[in-house]
Write a protein that binds this ligand. Structure first.
Ligand SMILES: Cc1cc2nc3c(=O)[nH]c(=O)nc-3n(C[C@H](O)[C@H](O)[C@H](O)COP(=O)(O)O)c2cc1C
Length: 191
């Protein structure tokens, strides 16, 4: 089994990455393979509504110039996924929005490429807007017929500068419990 984590922050090894690693540590402790992909420096363009995914039905987005299809292939190959986003004006980061729209539409156009995988969103936030970010990612998982585990709080951690989230005690606990719950669900589904 494998869990893919995507850090959608333009900042490498920032708060979103820290939080993803906290959850991944628990998933690894349960014996599940993990991979963290960080999208800093990557420019994943938005959906252009060409609807070619519905014509081609080849499991890929028709825009080939960026790494979206590479990410989609990794999602399809994984049993579970964590999408991590910083809070940007109470919304997801640009790259996460592009993944939601393009991977989401391609998965739907191809008969549900992500159905019954396990998925959870992880949000870094300085102060406000994290719930909207969490909701946006949950909408992606749920319309793709995925199974979404919860935690002991909504999946957010507070911090501004890189690493600050490590001092958010409840945020750390939330990530640890999320990782444990995701591993538990994956093991039940794959028993
Ligand atoms: C363009 C931009 C917009 C932001 N908007 C918000 C916001 O709406 N609410 C908030 O609490 N923090 C906001 N922040 C702060 C980040 O969410 C916060 O620093 C987060 O920890 C960054 O995660 P990272 O280290 O993974 O990049 C914003 C930061 C940037 C650069």
């Amino acid at each position: 089994m494998k869990v893919l984590a995507i850090n959608g922050s333009p900042r490498k090894d920032g708060n979103t990455a820290s939080m993803l690693r906290m959850a991944l540590a628990e998933i690894e402790a349960a014996g599940i393979e993990t991979e963290l992909v960080q999208l800093h420096g990557k420019d994943i363009r938005g959906c252009i509504a060409c609807m070619k995914c519905w014509e081609n039905k080849d499991g890929h987005c028709a825009i080939k110039k960026d790494m979206l299809n590479e990410i989609l292939d990794k999602m399809v190959a994984a049993d579970g996924m964590l999408l991590g986003s910083p809070t940007y004006f109470a919304n997801v980061s640009t790259n996460i929005k592009s993944i939601i729209d393009r991977a989401g539409m391609t998965a739907l156009a191809n008969g549900g490429l992500l159905a019954r995988k396990v998925g959870a969103g992880v949000v870094a936030v300085r102060r406000g807007g994290a719930i909207a970010v969490f909701d946006a990612m949950n909408h992606f998982f749920l319309i793709n017929q995925m199974v979404v585990p919860g935690s002991s709080y909504w999946n957010l951690g507070r911090g501004l500068a890189p690493g600050e989230v490590e001092s958010d005690e409840e945020g750390v606990l939330t990530m640890q419990n999320l990782g444990k719950n995701m591993a538990w669900v994956l093991q039940k589904l794959n028993a």
